[in-house]
Design a protein around this ligand. Structure first.
Ligand code: ZN
Length: 196
């Protein structure tokens, strides 16, 4: 089932997510629905707050990035089929010189800005079977994980922009929260006026 994606301005996007256990109600259905919702919107990641749940859960599938012809074969192969579920994740280390990448977000349609992040991360998490992992990721995979991880910490990429950039996009963000935007997937807008 495709779930509506929560738009910029909804307070759930500002909440720090809570840890979950195996007993979380209808967990397998939730995962299926989140993957379906992410693929339907052509996203490479989706975090639970984006569907209205303030819990520490996000998904990543970087396959769409593997089609970028500027990448080496090796980079393409790494990105292709990188599909993971991250539960109760904790980034324990970020390393290297910050690099810029033009990020977007399914909750903030049509806004794309360069965001600086460190290139290498170490993350502890449990997978969909609640098995524990500690792994290191680099490059675009690390980038997507960092973006989704921010969601479960209540942080959006627009929070990381300079105050000048924030001022420049303020009007567009207000329009998004009011639903004054064309978008080809299902969304829920916090400040949309009820139609009579
Ligand atoms: Zn996002």
């Amino acid at each position: 089932m495709i779930l509506p994606i929560v738009a910029y301005g909804d307070p759930v996007l500002k909440k720090k997510g809570k840890e979950i256990t195996k007993e979380y109600p209808n967990f397998n259905d939730l995962l299926d629905n989140m993957f379906e919702t992410m693929y339907n919107a052509c996203g490479v990641g989706l975090a639970a707050p984006q569907i209205g749940l303030p819990i520490r859960l996000f998904l990543v599938d970087t396959t769409p990035f593997s089609e970028d012809e500027d990448l080496t074969d090796e980079e393409q192969n790494t990105l292709k089929g990188f599909k993971r579920v991250f539960i109760n994740a904790k980034i324990t280390k970020e390393e290297g010189d910050a690099w810029a990448f033009n990020e977007g977000c399914l909750s903030i349609p049509d806004v794309r800005e360069d965001v600086f992040r460190q290139p290498k991360i170490t993350i502890e998490y449990v997978d969909e079977n609640f098995k524990s992992h500690t792994e290191t990721f680099e490059g675009l995979i690390a980038r997507v994980i960092q973006h989704e991880y921010d969601h479960i910490e209540g942080v959006l990429f627009t929070d990381k922009l300079s105050s000048l950039k924030k001022r420049l996009i303020k009007g567009r963000l207000t329009n998004i929260s009011k639903g004054k935007i064309q978008v080809d997937y299902r969304m829920r807008f916090p400040d949309q006026k009820k139609k009579r």
